[in-house]
Design a protein around this ligand. Structure first.
Ligand code: MLT
Length: 320
């Protein structure tokens, strides 16, 4: 079976695919037209991507060649035109749950960094400024309330860690997570109550039309002026302009963002989003899933999907 990997991918995963008998082409620089041409020229049956976008024209070229399956080496599939894949009879599979701990670790890191203003501390020290007085105003996390919007696997991992900090736990979700409620003492409340009562709100919902601007001006206005918002899910979930305004106007304590409404492609080097200039907003480069632990687990899952496909077994984790 021919596999084209058009993104960074852990070496043990590549080796395992070769051991299975796959003919693997790895080129992390492919994107847009060059990816479309490679899908056509390599006649790959399986395409593996992470941040690289798979658009309708790439899928159409794939259909005319040999493409049967696109594997997203991550949880979300918003970088793949799934309706176009479905139209061409190409399956799309993802690797859910394999990077949950990594994302949770970053969300917790952003929460701690915001509370102690670690980034601003560091910037001042690098500028030769000592300002213990200014930076001695943290609220602390013990006894504060964490609101988890979307108590799936990532939300659960964050709640586990926040419990260890003695935080009170709330969640809102379309489904009842009774098992997690029992295990962690986390309480289900309405979104409105969660926003009003939480000192930290962390978002863990899928991207897409249904969650577009789930947090906008009206929702931010419900939050405490000292509260922090963490978004390690998808950029479109938060109205960035409303967020920047809320932070600039002192209506919100700050925000930690790993994702943005418009993100650069895998190989782009420039980032001009104004939201990261808005004062107490700490930003990272969509690195939530980027730990060695998580990437090895994701690669292993991608290999499992390839192996099942080769054996003619049902393809795991298909989304279409
Ligand atoms: C995911 O969907 O799991 C992550 O966003 C993957 C990534 O960081 O590329």
């Amino acid at each position: 079976m021919k596999v084209l990997i058009a993104d960074k991918f852990e070496k043990p995963g590549v080796e395992k695919m070769k051991t299975l008998g796959c003919q693997v082409t790895l080129d992390a620089d492919l994107q847009g037209d060059s990816l479309r041409d490679a899908v056509r020229d390599t006649k790959c049956q399986i395409l593996v991507v992470r941040s690289t976008k798979v658009t309708a024209d790439i899928l159409e070229a794939g259909k005319q060649a040999a493409l049967e399956l696109v594997i997203r080496a991550g949880a979300g599939v918003d970088t793949i035109d799934v309706p176009a894949a479905t139209k061409h009879g190409i399956r799309v599979a993802n690797c859910p749950g394999k990077n949950s701990v990594a994302v949770a670790e970053l969300a917790v890191g952003l929460m701690l960094a915001l509370d102690r203003r670690i980034v601003d501390n560091t910037v001042d020290l690098r500028r030769g400024v000592w300002n213990k007085k200014e930076y001695s105003k943290a609220l602390g996390l013990k006894g504060r309330t964490l609101g988890v919007v979307g108590l799936g696997r990532i939300g659960y991992e964050i709640a586990v860690r926040a419990k260890a900090f003695d935080m009170k736990l709330l969640y809102s979700d379309v489904i009842d997570q009774k098992q997690y409620e029992k295990e962690l003492g986390i309480r289900k409340v309405s979104m409105e109550q969660l926003l009003k009562e939480s000192d930290v709100v962390t978002l863990h919902v899928p991207g897409g039309d249904k969650t577009k601007h789930l947090i906008g001006g009206a929702q931010l206005a419900l939050m405490k002026p000292t509260a922090f918002l963490i978004n390690c899910s998808r950029g479109g979930v938060v109205d960035e302009k409303a967020l920047a305004d809320a932070v600039k106007n002192g209506k919100l304590g700050g925000a930690g963002l790993d994702v943005y409404e418009v993100e650069p492609g895998a190989n782009d080097k420039e980032f001009k989003d104004a939201v990261v200039q808005a004062g107490r907003i700490y930003g990272t480069h969509h690195i939530g899933a980027s730990t060695e632990e998580a990437q090895l687990a994701v690669a292993e899952e991608a290999v499992r999907i390839v192996e099942c496909t080769m054996k003619g077994q049902p393809v795991p984790n298909t989304v279409n």
